[in-house]
Design a binder for this molecule. Structure first.
Ligand SMILES: Nc1ncnc2c1ncn2[C@@H]1O[C@H](COP(=O)(O)OP(=O)(O)O)[C@@H](O)[C@H]1O
Ligand SMILES: [Mg+2]
Length: 268
């Protein structure tokens, strides 16, 4: 069975793509067959972080030009990657039906994939919520700033109210140390649990690191060689905690869901 993880955030610039890419690579390294979907359609940039130049985008598969498998490119460590395309204006404002189509299209790669990691668009817009509610596990990336708290709260609220999502994993990015990161999580959890009937699971933190920043500039993900950096150890423990967290099993349009549920939920 293929399971799905979506990496989401309230606001942009918090490290969502960096974490989605590195989670994909970390899970691929331990032998899982992982696909990464860059669902920031039209503004996709995960290929930059991976250091790959995709020949095709998801839209080519949607237009029937290629299959999803053909639209995927080989990324490091055996990771398969599907780009959402950047600078493609027609991809920026997809309607509900087209978003639904992109989620359903991933069924094609189910037999060759153990795990799908999706980099969702930032925010609580319909496009972001569609991918958040489609995944078995939702990972919210938080940084220790009031704006990030506010926007992550809005995202969780929308996913809960519109998609009935109850379980959220939280990663704190760019804190100075473990204590500070846990403090940010506790503060955020206090606010959320006061107003929303959801569960937040702290799955760990990635500290602020110049190496993380430089890996983007160099277009070379951390930990491709023999060296295992502290950041890679953090990501390993985060990925384990995510895989151990409870899944969301609400009805609706989900990645790799069975056809009975699909027939009920397909939008007109
Ligand atoms: N843990 C980290 N330490 C230092 N810089 C980071 C870290 N995580 C991400 N960054 C940097 O933050 C910027 C935004 O990251 P990105 O992954 O593109 O965020 P998003 O997808 O949320 O917009 C990039 O310059 C990236 O290198
Ligand atoms: Mg991004």
């Amino acid at each position: 069975m293929t399971t799905s993880i979506v990496v989401a955030s309230g606001k942009g610039g918090v490290g969502k793509t960096s974490i989605a890419v590195n989670l994909g690579l970390t899970l691929s390294r331990v032998g899982r067959r992982v696909a990464l979907l860059d669902a920031d359609f039209g503004m996709a940039n995960a290929h930059i972080l991976l250091g790959v130049n995709p020949e095709h985008y998801i839209i080519d598969a949607m237009n029937g030009k290629v299959s999803v498998a053909e639209a995927m490119c080989e990324a490091p460590l055996g990771l398969k990657f599907v780009s959402g395309g950047s600078g493609l204006l027609e991809m920026l404002n997809l309607d509900e039906k087209t978003r639904y189509q992109s989620i359903r299209m991933m069924d094609e790669i189910s037999s060759q994939t153990d795990l799908l990691v999706t980099d969702a668009p930032a925010g609580a817009s319909d496009s972001s919520i569609a991918f958040v509610t489609a995944a078995d596990r939702v990972v919210v990336v938080l940084v220790g700033e009031p704006t990030s708290f506010l926007d992550a709260y809005a995202l969780i609220k929308a996913a809960h109210i519109e998609g009935n999502v109850r379980n959220f994993c939280v990663i704190v990015n760019m804190a100075r140390n473990d204590t500070e990161a846990k403090g940010h999580f506790n503060k955020f959890n206090d606010i959320v649990s006061r107003f929303l009937n959801v569960h937040l699971y702290y799955v760990g933190n990635v500290p602020y690191s110049e190496r993380m920043r430089q890996s983007v500039v160099k277009r070379k993900p951390l930990g491709l060689g023999d060296q295992e950096w502290a950041e890679n150890r953090k990501l390993k423990s985060i990925s384990k905690a995510i895989m151990d967290s409870p899944t969301n099993d609400h009805a609706g349009v989900k990645f790799f869901s069975n056809s009975a549920v699909l027939a009920e939920s397909e939008p007109a």
